[in-house]
Unconditional design. Structure first.
Length: 302
């Protein structure tokens, strides 16, 4: 028999009952406080909360834990942490129409739209449906070699090809669709979505793109030539990268969280994914105000 709690049967869904999945980052100091505030706020409302079993045990919410939250119906996922936590939650629900709402415990938090001091007011807006859902472009990464094409996974921010522990630069051949654009040497290449333009790409000198722009961004990492500069291409363009190095310390990384070692002669292919990420935003969160406040923190311009 399914466990019962004050929100009802966690494996079912009653009419009018909102079901939310809570994904806290256990390494964040205030995560336990935020979990308690969420459970306290929703305890007498038509909301059912569920959590991954390991997180539920960690935060003493055992009755709300499920072995695989992704296999039950949820109306929204709450991510507690920084943007990295939110990226991981989005990838867990790839291919499902589950919006993800971020509660920011990180440093910047471009994607996480709820700050700690406004938590309860935003939780109320979720009940009232006073939010919008932004469909963000996803990237799909593949490795191609003599054995065929292997799917690696999706990324919301970026797919990065870089060297591992060796000091030598990579020798890269860059193709856009079927056109060989150039060969160059660098520490690597960042293929970014507009959402990821404020992440690693920005640190490497890439431009900032409004996330509503449907495009892909290519940013070299310490290119050993003045000819290779950040490049914006169409959303339907396919990026193909040949790596001609002979050493075996080359890494493909998805959103800075999943890494794969590749062999010399492998090709890395990045294209727009068939699905999108669904991120919750509130009406009073203007992108350019967020950009100003997060990057430049300019009170003089308020």
């Amino acid at each position: 028999m399914a466990k019962q709690n004050i929100f009802g049967n966690v494996f079912g869904r009653e009419a009018g009952m909102l079901q939310l999945a809570v994904f806290p980052n256990k390494s964040k100091r205030r995560a336990g406080e935020i979990v308690d505030r969420i459970f306290h706020y929703y305890q007498n409302k038509d909301v059912r909360l569920v959590m991954p079993a390991s997180d539920a045990r960690h935060f003493h919410k055992d009755d709300y834990g499920l072995p695989c939250v992704e296999r039950v119906h949820v109306d929204m996922a709450l991510s507690i942490g920084g943007d990295g936590t939110l990226l991981g939650v989005c990838r867990r629900f790839t291919g499902q129409e589950v919006p993800v709402c971020g509660i920011n415990l990180g440093t910047l938090g471009f994607l996480a739209d709820i700050e700690v001091q406004e938590l309860e007011s935003r939780l109320e807006k979720i009940i009232l449906g006073e939010y919008r859902i932004e469909n963000r472009l996803l990237l799909s990464a593949y490795i191609k070699n003599e054995y065929g094409e292997k799917y690696l996974g999706n990324a919301i921010n970026d797919v990065v090809v870089s060297k591992g522990g060796v000091a030598r630069m990579l020798r890269l051949g860059l193709y856009i669709n079927d056109t060989h654009l150039m060969n160059y040497q660098a520490d690597g290449l960042i293929v970014s979505s507009p959402t990821g333009s404020t992440a690693y790409s920005l640190s490497a000198g890439g431009p900032i793109l409004n996330p509503t722009i449907r495009a892909l961004l290519l940013t070299p990492i310490c290119a050993h030539t003045f000819q290779m500069r950040p490049l914006v291409v169409g959303e339907n363009d396919q990026i193909r990268l040949e790596v001609s190095n002979v050493h075996q310390d080359i890494v493909v990384t998805l959103d800075g969280q999943e890494s794969f070692y590749i062999q010399p002669g492998d090709e890395i292919i990045v294209r727009k994914a068939k699905t999108t990420a669904h991120i919750v935003k509130f009406e009073d969160k203007d992108y350019y105000k967020v950009l100003r406040n997060k990057l430049w923190n300019s009170r003089l311009m308020s």
